[in-house]
Design a protein around this ligand. Structure first.
Ligand code: FES
Ligand code: FES
Length: 168
């Protein structure tokens, strides 16, 4: 099979890449586009460390042929991280000690972002369900769940401040 060109949007910018047959999105992001926040864990769909957002929803990039994302929006943690500082979710993980080795962290934070966008006030059960496909071998999950709760609280507080500002 011949290589093909695949065009998609990565972090809001159009990209075109020449890819080998059967290349996964994970491989292309890491080795051709330099997005190494997308981790190379089990390559079998079992750990969640390769999670990216596809049109805003978490997907396992190790299971996804890159040709399937043609014309779609892909987002990795590189795309979300400000030049200066951290996102609300990143700050919450840092403050809650929501990581140790950090290998699972990009996937955890992208799942958290997607969760809070569709459900700004998740219960613990909602959080556990959302993160159920993401394995952490270090933290025992308690600080990760605390980080998601803190991010949700920070998002709610920011929304209140914004709405109060709008009514003044
Ligand atoms: S590397 Fe994709 S789920 Fe583990
Ligand atoms: S912090 Fe090490 S795997 Fe989660």
């Amino acid at each position: 099979m011949a290589s093909v060109v695949v065009a998609f949007e990565l972090g809001g910018r159009p990209v075109e890449v020449l890819v080998s047959p059967l290349a996964t999105l994970q491989q292309v992001l890491r080795t051709q586009l330099g997005h190494t926040s997308v981790k190379d864990g089990c390559r079998q769909g079992g750990c969640g460390s390769c999670t990216v957002l596809l049109d805003g929803e978490p997907v396992l990039s190790c299971l996804l042929p890159v040709e399937d994302v043609a014309g779609r929006r892909v987002t990795t943690l590189e795309d979300l991280t400000p030049v200066d500082g951290l996102t609300t979710v990143q700050r919450a993980f840092l403050d809650a000690n929501g990581f140790q080795c950090g290998y699972c962290t990009p996937g955890m934070e992208l799942v958290t972002k997607a969760l809070l966008e569709r459900n700004p006030a998740p219960t613990r059960a909602d959080i556990a369900e959302a993160l159920s496909g993401n394995v952490c071998r270090c933290t025992g999950y308690v600080p990760i769940i605390a980080a998601v709760e803190a991010a949700a609280a920070a998002g709610s507080a920011a929304a209140v401040v914004a709405s109060e500002g709008a009514t003044r």
